[in-house]
Design a protein around this ligand. Sequence first.
Ligand SMILES: [Zn+2]
Length: 66
Amino acid sequence: MAHPKRRHSNMRTRLRRTHDALKTASFSTCKQCGAQILPHRICGYCGYYNGKQAVTIKAKKDKKEA
Ligand SMILES: [Zn+2]
């Protein structure tokens, strides 16, 4: 089995891990009902996308307050 020639430094490990932090999801607001939704997706509360009714929502969800 191949082995690493040298142990790499603490700094090298830390530099790699600078990219490991989790980021909060970004939200946009629905222009129709004002609910917080994921961008580029149909609103799950009113079914609108890009100002048009894309799908009809059968069961009414409670609108999440931001
Ligand atoms: Zn909506």
